[in-house]
Design a protein around this ligand. Structure first.
Ligand SMILES: [Zn+2]
Length: 118
C-alpha cells in the first residue's frame, strides 16, 4: 500500500468502506465523499497481549460520540475493524509493525478519520 487509504462512512446507515485507490462508492442512494483526514489528536495506548497488539483508546463510546472503525494499513494489507457505541474502545491487531493507524470518529453526525503512523 502507498499510504493513501481513503475511508468512507455513510451518513445514513453508518456503513464504513475503505479504498486504496480512486473509486466513487455509493450507499443508501447517495455518493459518498472520502472522510476528512486529521492529524491524530487521540493517541491510543498500544501494548502486546497474547501475541497480538492491543490498541486502547480513552474516549467515550456513546450513541452520538464514538469510534466507528479502526483501520490498520501495512505494506501488504489493510485490516478494518468496525466498532459500535457502548462497546469498549479497543481493538486487537496481529501486527502493527510499520503500520499506519486510521481511527474513524463519529460525533453528532460528523465523521472524520485521524491518521497516526505507528
Ligand atoms: Zn448507507
Amino acid at each position: 500500500m502507498k499510504n493513501n487509504l481513503k475511508i468512507y462512512c455513510c451518513p445514513v446507515c453508518g456503513s464504513i468502506a475503505i479504498a486504496s485507490g480512486n473509486m466513487k462508492p455509493c450507499c443508501c442512494g447517495d455518493a459518498l465523499m472520502a472522510l476528512p483526514e486529521k492529524a491524530a489528536a487521540t493517541t491510543p495506548a498500544i501494548s502486546e497481549m497474547d501475541g497480538e497488539m492491543l490498541i486502547e483508546y480513552n474516549v467515550p463510546m456513546t450513541k452520538s460520540d464514538y469510534i466507528a472503525a479502526v483501520a490498520v494499513e501495512r505494506y501488504d494489507r489493510v485490516v478494518l475493524i468496525p466498532l459500535f457505541p457502548e462497546q469498549a474502545p479497543q481493538v486487537r491487531i496481529a501486527d502493527t509493525t510499520r503500520a499506519t493507524l486510521y481511527t474513524v470518529f463519529r460525533r453528532n453526525g460528523e465523521a472524520w478519520a485521524e491518521k497516526l503512523a505507528l
